[in-house]
Design a protein around this ligand. Sequence first.
Ligand code: FPP
Length: 246
Amino acid sequence: MSIFKSIDLTKCPEHIAIIMDGNGRWAKQQGEMRLFGHTYGVEAVREVLKACVELGVKYLTLYAFSTENWNRPKEEVDGLMNLLVDTIANEVDELNENGVRLHSIGDENQLPEACNHELNIAKKATEHNTKVNLILALNYSARWEILNAVKEIAQKVKSGELKPNEIQENDFCSALSMPGFPDPELMIRTSGEYRLSNFLLWQIAYSELYFTDKLWPDFKKEDLFEAVLDFQSRERRFGLVSEQLK
Ligand code: FPP
């Protein structure tokens, strides 16, 4: 029986962020090249998106390519970029059918032109969808993002638009990559690794962290439901004590 029925749909996270890890190890287990794992990883992305639609999760942010991933063997980087380009191009109809709007975060300047081209087409084609916002982190790292925000704030100080001692948290949030999006309440990492790997470091200040041994290509709808159920068992105190929450 699906554990979907055990989930309180009125208490689902609005925003889930996922570090999709374990594609390479999954491929190795199958005696295949690493890229085979990434290709199967796309199936897990489809599963998770559908689960988000069912749960009413409004924002899903996926760590698809970090600024550090460029240092992998060229064959893997090229293959991964081609896979991203093909997937984005091929999935537009499915995104529209499911009411999914596509966004991206990260440094676009270094991405291949074909990738930016397909991204822009898919963003435009899905801009009216309202069920789920799918945010792909591509050539992203949190330190890159925070540094960029610092530069933007510094410019505003230089131009006199902001005074240093009047800078508020909101000013900083506005300079980050996802202004207007809520912070993720739940951050998931697959593959049994317990690291944040430079992902959304500012935004996850109060996120609940969920780690699973499942390798990303094996991650199914039910696994997301399990993570959400676990999330619902947590007491989120935000620095308060239990009694204050009652
Ligand atoms: C980490 O596993 C995975 C990645 C760096 C790439 C994730 C990309 C996809 C699943 C494709 C998604 C496509 C779209 C359109 C979102 P790893 O290679 O580090 O695995 P390992 O730790 O086992 O080596």
